[in-house]
Design a protein around this ligand. Structure first.
Ligand code: SAH
Length: 234
């Protein structure tokens, strides 16, 4: 069973969006598990202080390493991977999602305020992971993104591995456009080729659409795709 253990100052917002639909059902069926740890429970003073001002000055507050350390040490087992959601981290993408889906238990630390005391990262062997080049107010929404992307890769959660194979990023290209009924809607018809019943032709059309979209919207991915194709030839 794949498990996420989340360290947060806002435990009440979990499982939040992960409760819905197939994810909620899979959670009930124990296909995956979620453990939520309130970092504040490890605070020791009567005000339950978890943060303090940065040495050297500057805005905002940082999560204290002693409190966070205590919280982590009381739950994390040996050899489990620990991730800190952070704008300074390595970018999370489909490849990283696949890699993380193979872990048994994944620990996710949601930061707040200005972040965490740097020393916690080294002493606890923590990997920093970012969901993109922007700053969120806290790591919770980022942890939802990670868990969501990972859950749909687990066998038995969506129950449809084939559709995952054809999605954006799987072959280095974005997905082709898709259409459903009605066949004509607001005077717009779906592309003829999709009604032809000719599977080879449909496959070709989809690939060419995928290539066009990727070239237009994501020149960075397009370049990578072309390089990969070039290397495959040799
Ligand atoms: N001062 C920090 C930003 C702190 S934002 C800096 O400049 O790097 C507060 C918290 O939100 C962080 O501790 C982190 O857990 C989370 N967060 C913000 N942006 C994020 C992003 N792009 N990806 C993942 N987590 C993020």
């Amino acid at each position: 069973m794949w498990k996420a253990r989340v360290f947060t100052l806002y435990p009440e917002i979990f499982p939040g969006p992960l409760k819905k639909g197939l994810y909620g059902k899979a959670l009930k069926k124990k296909i995956w598990d979620l453990e939520v740890i309130n970092i504040r429970d490890s605070a020791e003073d009567k005000h339950k202080t978890v943060d303090d001002t940065p040495f050297g000055g500057g805005n905002g507050m940082l999560l204290k390493p002693d409190i966070l350390g205590k919280s982590l040490d009381s739950s994390i087992k040996k050899d489990e991977r620990v991730l800190y959601l952070s704008p300074k981290g390595k970018i999370f993408d489909q490849k990283v999602a696949k890699d993380l889906s193979k872990e048994k238990t994944l620990n996710l630390i949601c930061g707040h305020f200005e972040g965490v005391d740097e020393r916690i990262l080294k002493t606890r062997n923590i990997e920093e992971v970012s969901i993109g080049d922007y700053i969120l107010s806290g790591g919770e929404s980022a942890s939802f993104v990670l868990i969501d992307a990972i859950l749909r890769l687990l066998p038995d959660v969506l129950g449809n591995e084939k559709s995952i194979d054809e999605e954006s990023f799987e072959n280095g290209l974005l997905e082709y456009p898709q259409y459903t009924k009605p066949q004509i809607w607001e005077k717009q018809s779906v592309p003829d080729v999709l009604l032809s019943g000719d599977h080879a032709k449909i496959k070709d059309w989809r690939l060419s659409q995928s290539r066009d979209i990727t070239r237009r919207q994501r020149p960075d991915l397009w370049e990578k795709y072309l390089n990969k194709k070039k290397n495959e030839k040799y």
